[in-house]
Design a protein around this ligand. Sequence first.
Ligand code: ZN
Length: 207
Amino acid sequence: MTEWNLRSRSHACHQCAAAFADGERCFSCVAPFTAPVVQEIFAEKIAAQAAEGKAAKNPDYVRLDFCAGCWDARRALDWISLWNSPYAAPEPPAAEPLPRETAESLLRKLLEGDDLVENGPVIFVLAVMLERKKILLERSVRRGEDGAIVRVYEHRKSGEVMLIADPQLQVDQIPSVQQRIEALLAPPPPEPETAPAPEADPPDVAF
Ligand SMILES: [Zn+2]
């Protein structure tokens, strides 16, 4: 499978391939996969994928990162969302990953799942929770002509982009969504310390 690695902030400019330095201002944007600029920048990758004859499983949207020099020529394009932020060199991986499900790991899991519509309210409330904790930053809000709202969030540390559909919940719908989240985040019930011994068969009685 071709790895597009589209959600995370890249470590080099998509145009000139210069590696970002720690703290360098990096210009990020989101565009539909079919946009000419995306087709141009990923032309080699797209051609290679076609040459391999693999069934294309292209993303709907692509995130691009540019250095300041390359951004000047691109800024006027009709991006879905754009922002700039200082590039942060990746942190070394944590020594021991936490096995516990967190709001963040649950959100990632649901976003990668197949039930985006059914899980929409849970995904949205998790994103809002993480925004309050300053783990996610809301970069822009896109309103479709049909009234649908998509919020573009960026992970403050990793630079990952998450496009979250806003289900426009009513206030009285929120508590039940929060209860679902609490249940999903609850640790599994502890294993009983010792399994109860099976009832012993009554001894055979000899007549
Ligand atoms: Zn560049």
